[in-house]
Design a protein around this ligand. Structure first.
Ligand SMILES: NC(=O)c1ccc[n+]([C@@H]2O[C@H](COP(=O)([O-])OP(=O)(O)OC[C@H]3O[C@@H](n4cnc5c(N)ncnc54)[C@H](OP(=O)(O)O)[C@@H]3O)[C@@H](O)[C@H]2O)c1
Length: 252
């Protein structure tokens, strides 16, 4: 008698801020590559649901999980729910992020707090919750979406660059802490990528930015998704604690 072939369990990948932009691009790509993706979003349920429907229509596996990455109690509760409901995480992509731009001398305390809470503390809370699960599995890949601005700075984005540079230092430390358990932590630093976040730029601002990009064009979410897919996979098993730019050459 032939043994019944059980469907292989897909590895679980959580992408924060997956309702739009780079996160949506990463989630679609990971789903196409056979991950069961958990789509986190902050407030945009409609967009997240649209993405889930699209992924399922293409034969992929996707579920939604709303939480505010900046709320550590919510993060812990939702990560436990994910592990109980779907299984322990294999991949975490910390992509959720916001910008509140302005010159330092006019920076409001509450804006600084918001940017650091979402862009830095949010990624730290999620990394801590995922590390707990991955260390027990003795495998995992955590990918942080930082920014070229965290590497080179930008006038008017000091809070954002502080958060994104902080994420780099944090990730290198955690990469050292988790390496003996075969959990890898790497940082992707996108340059200017066409999404809602850069949609607020004027044509003149875009022209100025383009002059600083040697390859001469703005990136797409898929450009980030390609690297994330590699860093998630066993093909990158010997890579940890690295910061990798996807920026058309604007920072070398
Ligand atoms: N676009 C660029 O040029 C660029 C360049 C360098 C780095 N990055 C980084 O790449 C990441 C994605 O950027 P993007 O351009 O795709 O941004 P985006 O289009 O503005 O999308 C941001 C995503 O983050 C989610 N989010 C925001 N705050 C959240 C919170 N507190 N909790 C959970 N989710 C939250 C949003 O969810 P809801 O809409 O559901 O609230 C949305 O899905 C960010 O970390 C950004 O800093 C972007």
């Amino acid at each position: 008698m032939q043994a019944t072939q059980l469907p292989e369990k897909k590895p679980i990948a959580l992408v924060t801020g997956a309702s739009r932009g780079i996160g949506a691009g990463i989630a679609s790509r990971l789903a196409r590559e056979g991950y069961h993706v958990i789509l986190n979003y902050g407030s945009n349920e409609e967009k997240a649901r649209e993405l889930q429907t699209r992924i399922r229509a293409e034969g992929g596996a996707a579920d939604l999980c709303q939480f505010n990455v900046a709320d550590s109690a919510q993060v812990n509760e939702k990560f436990e729910w994910i592990a109980k409901t779907f299984g322990r995480l294999s991949v975490l992509v910390n992509n959720a992020g916001i910008t509140i731009d302005g010159l330092l001398i006019r920076m409001k305390d509450e804006d600084l707090e918001k940017v650091l809470s979402v862009d830095l503390k949010g990624a730290i809370y999620c990394t801590r919750a995922a590390a707990n699960q991955m260390m027990r599995e003795r495998k995992g890949s955590i990918i942080q979406i930082s920014s070229v601005i965290g590497e080179m700075g930008n006038a008017g984005q000091s809070a954002y660059s502080a958060a994104k540079a902080g994420l780099i230092g944090f990730s290198k430390s955690v990469a050292k802490e988790l390496a003996s358990r075969q959990v890898r932590v790497n940082v992707v630093t996108p340059g200017f990528i066409v999404t809602d976040m850069t949609g607020v730029l004027t044509e003149a601002q875009k022209e100025d930015i383009l002059r600083t990009v040697p390859l001469g064009f703005l990136g797409e979410p898929e450009d980030i998704a390609s690297l994330v897919s590699f860093l998630a996979s066993p093909a990158s098993r010997y890579i940890t604690g690295q910061v990798i730019g996807v920026n058309g050459g604007m920072y070398m």
